[in-house]
Design a protein around this ligand. Sequence first.
Ligand code: HEM
Ligand code: HEM
Length: 197
Amino acid sequence: MSMNLAPLSVAAVAATGRRYNPTAQALHWVSALLMFIVIPLAWVMVALPKDAASRETYYMLHKSVGLTILVIVAVRLAWRAAHPAPPSPSSLAPWEHAAGRLSHWLLYLILVGMPFSGYVMSAAGGHAVTFFGLFPLPGLPHNKAVSSDAHWVHVAIGQWAVYALIVLHLLATVWHVAVRRDAVLGRMLPPTEHDSV
Ligand code: HEM
Ligand code: HEM
């Protein structure tokens, strides 16, 4: 019995014995943190009365944090191209592999698509976009139709895709930690003394 178990557990360790490298982890957690900042900033800024003194500042902060996310995701995708994600644990069912891959690429799509559509909406709408007030971004020709298309992508569609995908991503983490009790969360965390990841 133990003779059978030994090779199995070695195989299990080998299969799960890969984590995201420290740079990929840092880029993941910094972008996650910024997402949890940029979204409440949007809620506050759109809820402020039109004549509120702080309105401009909230818009500037929302746009600037959003653009920071775009820069970070560009670095992240370049890093990922050179350092591919570790293979997912073989303990996962095929549907879990597929759901993970698909949802991760959709998350990357919103990490790129939201800042891009936000910039087009603002710039084509004739609003100045600055980076934390330090320097202006190049403008776009004023075009109401383009701006309102980008508004549709950002607010009517993108916003809900963001909420749905983040909720799904967090539920998936809870599922792996609490139900499957596997090593998936550990893949995005530094090694501990006792884990086998
Ligand atoms: C990952 C980055 C971003 C996320 C997740 C995000 C998210 C959101 C959300 C959820 C809203 C809707 C708020 C509501 O109606 O309750 C919003 C609105 C808005 N965002 Fe973003 N945003 C991002 C980046 C940007 C960028 C880079 C810009 C501009 C350069 C921008 C400009 C705007 C503007 C102007 C609105 C208000 C639209 C309106 O008046 O209806 N966003 N954003
Ligand atoms: C507290 C919040 C979060 C937790 C606990 C969390 C957890 C994780 C874990 C454990 C993984 C690795 C999955 C695997 O091994 O296959 C992962 C990957 C990923 N997460 Fe999160 N995450 C969080 C927030 C976010 C947010 C807000 C975003 C972006 C909107 C995000 C985007 C991603 C992406 C794109 C990947 C795939 C990484 C790759 O394969 O390149 N995460 N996350």
